[in-house]
Design a protein around this ligand. Sequence first.
Ligand SMILES: *Cc1c(COP(=O)(O)O)cnc(C)c1O
Length: 382
Amino acid sequence: MIPYGRQDITEADLDAVAAVLRSDFLTQGPRVPAFEDAVAGHVGAAHGVAMNSATSALHVACLALGLGPGDRLWTQPISFVASANCALYCGASVDFVDIEPDTFAMSVDALAAKLERAEAAGTLPKVVVPVAMGGLPPDLAGIRRLADRYGFKVVHDASHAIGARWDGAFVGAPGQADITVFSFHPVKIVTTAEGGMAVTQDAALARRMAMLRSHGITRDPAAMTEASHGPWYYQQVALGLNYRMTEMQAALGVSQMMRLDDYVAARMARADAYDAALAGLPLALPGRRAGASSSWHLYVVRLDDPSRHRAVFEGLQADGIGVNLHYIPIHTQPYYAAMGFAPDAFPASMDYYARAISIPLFAQMTDDQQEAVTRALRRQLA
Ligand SMILES: *Cc1c(COP(=O)(O)O)cnc(C)c1O
């Protein structure tokens, strides 16, 4: 089976992790700050706060922005459930904005229309979570204009998109979102096994996220309510969590980050090769965005004929091609459907779900593997 995604672990990665295991610190040592600096430095962000997953980073980002009971968070139906669950963890409610058909990103037109209605109804969101689906950034300028007009905060779920570019800068750079979140799950671009990071330009937000990932505890005298009792002293000033990343994970991350540019270049070359090899088949290729480049976490094709969707998917599996479907629309998941979301409320997302197939794409993919995928797809669509 050719997997849809796969991590790349080198001897240098193994050595980096083993060195931590022989060192004094397995957690709360020097590697986590080094990894935060490596990621923030690479993407051009002022601050990075590493956590044990992107799910945790989304939760802490929302907490740090003050999302709570009575507040609303909007995201898109086509994403992993974590993009929506972060609101519910905070006691806030969730709603959805439909996608652009060709890029699978949140539609700025749909967002603008929904904001206009919400303003009239007094139901504006506090946080909006657009997703870089497959690694392609959404229209961050359009979303920023609406954020400035309606006063919501933007948490960019860039779990797929470390190394992607938007308007001449990396995703996570200034002028995009209030907070940008990356995932380091093994199927993503670089991995720490489990892991995530929130990056921001705002020092106060970064301090708050770092405090919330570690029980809501601070050792910073400036953040305390009274003078220190002595060298042992710390204060819990908020209800935080234990979402810390380990030193082993951070060491793996630092080692992996050295190959990020190579990984993204390899994925781009594979995506270009798929575009060329699949042109003319009865399917739609993933859209591109002017001024942006994807890190190509996923390569998603959409069949012209949705009635063939299941048969083609199963046929590819039978041919040893590890296909996947990213994602089942969140609002149709039983947990969300029970909140009253109608399946047809987001037609572009439902149309996507009826046609989409993620085909294998990973940095170490060989020409033979890629040819096997395109051959199988041609056969299934013949
Ligand atoms: C993978 C993923 C997450 C969650 O990442 P974890 O690190 O596994 O918690 C969140 N959002 C999207 C879009 C993802 O693909």
